[in-house]
Design a protein around this ligand. Sequence first.
Ligand code: MLT
Length: 271
Amino acid sequence: MKTYQADDGTTLAYHEAGSGPVTLLLVHGFPLSHTMWREQCEGLSDACRVVVPDLRGYGDSPLGGWPADGESPTLGRYAQDLAALIRALEPDGPVVLAGFSMGGYIALEMVRRGTTGFDALALIDTKATADDGPGVATRLKMADKINEWGAARVAELMRPKLFAAGTSEAVVEETARVISATRPAAIAASQRAMAARPDSTDLLDSIQVPTLVLVGAEDTLTPPSAMRAIAEGVPNSRYVEIAEAGHMAPVEQPAAVNDALRAFVRLSDRT
Ligand code: MLT
């Protein structure tokens, strides 16, 4: 485990594998941790430097007192943390910022803020639209109830929505285990922050960097239709659909996801 300092002084964790001119920064989804990228760390370490942070409150990273009493959390907190991480990495070549699901919402927040320091973007099983009213209400209910429920209940609620029909029980169980181990306070903060996120559709045509748009063909949470709309909105994009994968494509079909990421990393390597 390695650490870096966020701009509020909190020490946050990341892990890394491999080396190379290109840095591939893989941002996990909700409510997971860097462990979702195990197959990418193993499979891509010969191609680039793979960096997998634990977002604030997840895995090895503490919440660091966020959100403060009375503060309404936003995805901006994670966006600032990742901007600090990119600076701390001192990359000496191109950086590919890849966000999975909530990680993709955060990447789009970084675009909104004009964050610099990345040269290509990968949006993985995510969407550009904001939540509708019932979606916001569901998130806020979970945020309010999570201390009573515990994270294991979140794992049970999410499990039927995350995987393709043919995904192995071992993969399903491992994801449920990671969700169940998540701090309730991190779940509450993320749900409130995601509920408050604005629609990013209007941002898409301002994205100047090459963008990979990748989705599991059986993803029902952030479906191919939503991802195709992103690809159509971003000027320099390539769209990849992964067969026999649901929302959790990187753990369900790691070889196919790694092939797509490897080809994209190669495009970003100007050496
Ligand atoms: C995720 O995988 O990060 C979540 O399912 C995203 C969400 O709740 O919208």
